[in-house]
Write a protein that binds this ligand. Structure first.
Ligand code: GTP
Ligand code: MG
Length: 217
């Protein structure tokens, strides 16, 4: 049947992924590199942004909603009135990409001092998969954080780990793919009706008997 009415859902799973890390580490560049195969000199992100990418991995059709934000937003989370905003950023995420710049040590130490704490506070999925990413490996001559330090941190925090460059695109796809494959291997993150899925505001399961037009609300 070629008819579009009653057609199969456009994806098997929808995953919410987050990019976090200090300003300037390359979160938006990595996202752009992954979603549109390009690299350009970006301005700092203001507020929150997200991009969608459809991929087929592990035999499943996936819709990835990847959220990107700026640091000011997170620091504002220290203020009571921004707390709900920050928790909605984290809520229901199946994967978190923690980015640092291998040429700036402060961006690495802040993962421990700021970002890991924020994940503990706000992440709603116990089993949420974390990927530690050392970006800008194209600037090898300016490297100050060794690969071993990254590996050790990842082991301590139970994260996956990869080094990459948004500029040369080395390991960019692998970064997202490894994270997603790990999510696919984690039953609690896939379970229909689990709190994570229920709370996911982007969940778009078509109703069983689709009355009239397929308009989205
Ligand atoms: N050499 C090199 N430069 C990079 C790489 N990734 C990002 N950059 C540069 O680093 C700067 C910051 O990159 P962004 O992607 O804007 O960083 P961000 O983490 O999104 O920063 P905020 O939006 O401020 O939080 C830009 O000038 C990018 O061109 C990389 O892999 N290699
Ligand atoms: Mg940005």
């Amino acid at each position: 049947m070629e008819s579009s009415s009653g057609s199969a859902p456009e994806f098997d799973y929808l995953f919410k992924l987050l990019m976090i890390g200090d300003s300037g580490v390359g979160k938006s560049s990595l996202l752009l590199s992954f979603t549109s195969d390009t690299f350009e000199d970006l301005s700092p992100t203001i507020g929150v942004d997200f991009k969608v990418k459809h991929v087929t991995l592990g035999g499943k059709k996936l819709k990835l909603a990847i959220w990107d934000t700026d640091l000011t937003y997170h620091f504002a989370a220290g203020q009571e009135r921004f707390r709900t905003l920050t928790s909605s950023y984290y809520r229901g995420a199946q994967g978190i990409i923690m980015v640092y710049d291998v040429t700036r040590r402060d961006t690495f130490t802040n993962l421990r001092d700021i970002w890991a704490k924020e994940i503990d506070l706000y992440s709603t999925n116990q089993d949420c998969i974390k990927m530690l990413v050392g970006n800008k490996v194209d600037k090898e001559g300016e490297r100050v954080v060794s690969k071993k330090e990254g590996i050790d941190f990842a082991r301590e925090y139970g994260c996956l780990f990869i080094e990459c460059s948004a500029k040369t695109r080395v390991n960019v796809e692998q970064c997202f793919e490894e994270l997603v494959l790990k999510i696919l291997e984690t039953p609690s993150l896939l379970a229909e009706g689990s709190s994570s899925v229920k709370k996911n505001i982007f969940k778009q399961k078509p109703p069983e008997s689709d009355a009239s037009a397929g308009g989205c609300c």
